[in-house]
Design a protein around this ligand. Structure first.
Ligand SMILES: *Cc1c(COP(=O)(O)O)cnc(C)c1O
Length: 396
């Protein structure tokens, strides 16, 4: 594997002026949204510097969302693979994935800004469920945009959102998945910036979202860093691995290790690999890497996991890739499904199909020597697999 670069100044710190990560990021939005984003940025800066806000968020994460989540040594699977694998258990966070970390932060921010409603997009439905949950907890309304195809694939999460009192709006445009739901949510926000906060679910979108969402997800990496210090002989794992859709669970995890020699690996779905196969473009308010045809038209992503079915990647990941600070790998649907079954049977944990992508890379890399025997691997298990039962039932 390549040598490790020392993290350059600013890596996983504040973005450069205008929300830039290298040549990526920015705030490409209609004027009304530029103003709304400016307000969100101001409110976030103010809140993030306020120990009162941080304390309230930390308390909600503890008493409502179940943090800190455990670090689980995967004993049997580690023996089989010849590496020492530790799982950061975001599947045990309330609502079943890491999404709640970001959403509780943004919902508290929305309340602080005097907004009464949250707008969100969702793919697998995990972000929608987390948003509906946070809205219920804080007495806000929630409107969630979801592609029609995802509504079919993720019926359980649609029910959960409605049970929690959220309005779920089906999106029938385009591929009827996450990309279209995001476009529709942004369009809707244009007419509702006065009373609504747009709660983006990943490290994508116009500034300040990529930065703000990474900061709200940093709790994964910070906890894991402390847990590794207590649990691992070396204190710091050799490799830190996470799946990448937009890239929020990976960004939050990487942030805890950016200033260490740990090698950072983001794992994408082969059919939605923005960091691996994407080209420079602008979508959903930011400059980043997106799957495009030769005319620059954004292509549809294709993945068995709805949460990775996004044709782009967050701007900071594009930048980390360029710097060589993180590397990005892809796995196929079949590899992810096999990895999900293997984790279930070796460790008694049914992972989300998204998380199973990260594990599939670990399994492959341990077999082909990319992960040397005996190395320590921290992998973020971003969510639990209950939502994927209908998909898995057809395939396993
Ligand atoms: C949404 C989701 C993802 C992908 O989103 P990121 O922003 O890349 O983290 C991964 N895993 C699970 C369980 C999800 O719900």
């Amino acid at each position: 594997m390549d040598g490790v670069l020392a993290p350059p100044d600013g890596t996983m710190g504040e973005p450069l002026a205008k929300g830039r990560f290298g040549e990526y990021g920015g705030r490409y939005a209609p004027e009304s949204l530029v103003e709304a984003c400016r307000e969100v940025e101001g409110a976030f800066r103010d809140a993030w510097a306020d120990p009162g806000f941080r304390g309230t968020l930390a308390r909600l994460l503890a008493v409502h969302a179940g943090r800190p989540t455990p670090l689980t040594p995967a004993e049997r699977l580690s023996r089989e693979l010849g590496v020492r694998l530790y799982l950061k258990r975001e599947d045990l966070a309330h609502t079943g994935s890491h999404k709640i970390n970001n959403v509780l932060g943004q919902a508290l921010l929305a309340a602080r800004m005097g907004r009464r409603r949250l707008i969100a997009e969702t793919g697998a439905g995990q972000h929608g469920v987390a948003t509906a949950t946070a809205a219920a907890l804080l007495g806000l309304e929630a409107t969630v945009f979801m592609g029609e195809r995802d509504i079919e694939r993720q019926a359980l999460n649609v029910f959960r959102m409605r049970m929690l009192g959220a309005e779920v709006v089906p999106v029938t445009a385009g591929s009827r998945t996450l990309k279209d739901a995001t476009s529709e949510a942004m369009r809707h926000w244009v007419g509702a910036t006065g009373d609504s906060h747009y709660c983006i679910g990943s490290v994508v979108g116009p500034d300040p979202y990529p930065w703000m969402v990474r900061e709200f997800q940093r709790v994964i990496g910070d906890e894991a860093r402390a847990q590794c210090a207590a649990e691992l002989r070396t204190g710091i794992p050799d490799h830190v691995v996470a799946c990448v859709g937009g890239g929020s669970n990976a960004a939050g995890t990487f942030a805890g290790f950016a200033d260490t020699p740990a090698r950072l690996v983001g794992v994408e779905a082969e059919g939605g690999a923005g960091a691996t196969h994407g080209k420079l473009g602008v979508m959903h308010g930011c400059r980043s890497l997106f799957l495009q045809d030769d005319d620059g038209q954004i292509l549809e992503a294709h993945s068995v996991s709805a949460g990775l079915d996004y044709p782009g990647v967050g701007p900071e990941h594009a930048h980390l890739r360029d710097l060589g600070r993180a590397r990005y790998e892809t796995v196929t649907d079949d590899e992810a499904i096999a990895a999900a079954v293997r984790l279930a049977r070796a460790e008694g944990i049914i992972p989300a199909l998204e998380s199973a992508h990260a594990l599939a890379w670990v399994i492959r890399a341990a077999a082909d020597g990319d992960l040397p025997a005996g190395s320590t691997v921290l992998m973020t298990l971003s969510g639990r697999g209950d939502k994927d039962a209908p998909t898995l039932k057809e395939l396993v």
